[in-house]
Design a protein around this ligand. Sequence first.
Ligand SMILES: [Zn+2]
Length: 385
Amino acid sequence: MAESALEQLLRDLVRIPSPNPPGDCRDIARYIASWLDVPGVEIRTLHPPEKVMAESVIATLGDGSPPVIMLHAHIDTVPVAADEAERWSRNPFEPWVADEAIYGKGSVDDKGVLAAMMMAFRDLAQEAGALAGTVVLVGAAEEETGGQLGTRWLAESGHLPPCDFIVVGEQTANRVAVAHKGVLRATVRTRGRSVHATNPDRGVNAITAMAKLVSALEVYHRELRGRKHPLVGNPSCNVGTIQGGSTANAVPDTCEVRLDRRMVPREDPDVVKEELEAVVRSVDVSPATAEIGEFLVSSWFESDLATPLGQTFLRLAGEVGEAGPVGYLPGSDAKHLMGVARGDMVVFGPGSYEEAHAADEHVSLPELRDCQGVLSRFLKVVLSA
Ligand SMILES: [Zn+2]
């Protein structure tokens, strides 16, 4: 069978490496910009002042009138890890086809859905007469390192318009995902007094104090199981690292743990901070002292599919398979788009996130074609004048 334009495009995208770190997206952004440059399309490539190589691309078709539809995919990939390179059957940047799938770095995360979006966008641009609305395609840098200098920067600098419907392309097996969790990170520190271990009772042991706090955090984690979200499960609290002391023959005077508190949609990060502070306060560690701080928040996202655009998208996705709605377990750039979403937002794309970030990464061709079909039909249905 002859290779389709969609397959060819995806192969070209995989052949342009964009691993992050370092996050150099200039070549791929420029390729996308020139591929989408057809009459009627306005193209911009943009980077934040702090990182010139973090180039994103925005293509706009239409005069800005509503409904404004955004198709968003990230254009960076994770790097090929040292222990991963030898597990690839072939060169990860020289894509190959086997068993109805395309293999290569980024083929499923996120260049597959990116190719489907580009095809749907350009087909519309080339076919459309008058358009009743606007479609914006965003190819975003920096997702794999958190999106601060990619989608978040684009949104906060006013480069993205308010949107009536947003599709964030990630791996959902073509199901319509309408929620993912957020994360709050924090550091807990205890301080005691160091003395020689021959007479530890003269000192104050910071590790013993921390042990009590870690136990209290575990109790808190178990309590969180009661707060179940219908699509993404329960919030959680995990103590991920611990550091303290310098030698076995001294009483340690400091100890530090770092924790990861997953938030389900609608949890207020400020309330979560207060809960964690209350857990720390509730434990008597005297004469040691304890404090919690260095909070880092990455938001959740949720959409209720209450709008007609949301319902239309769900119906069209339902024509190619089980559409859901479902939750999405990893995070995505959707969290940075809450401020520009004035309607529904969904995460949607072929493949599974479990196939991403792995050796012999691949995307199923039937799923990829279905994805493009859904996106094309959606744009035609909601934007034809
Ligand atoms: Zn991704």
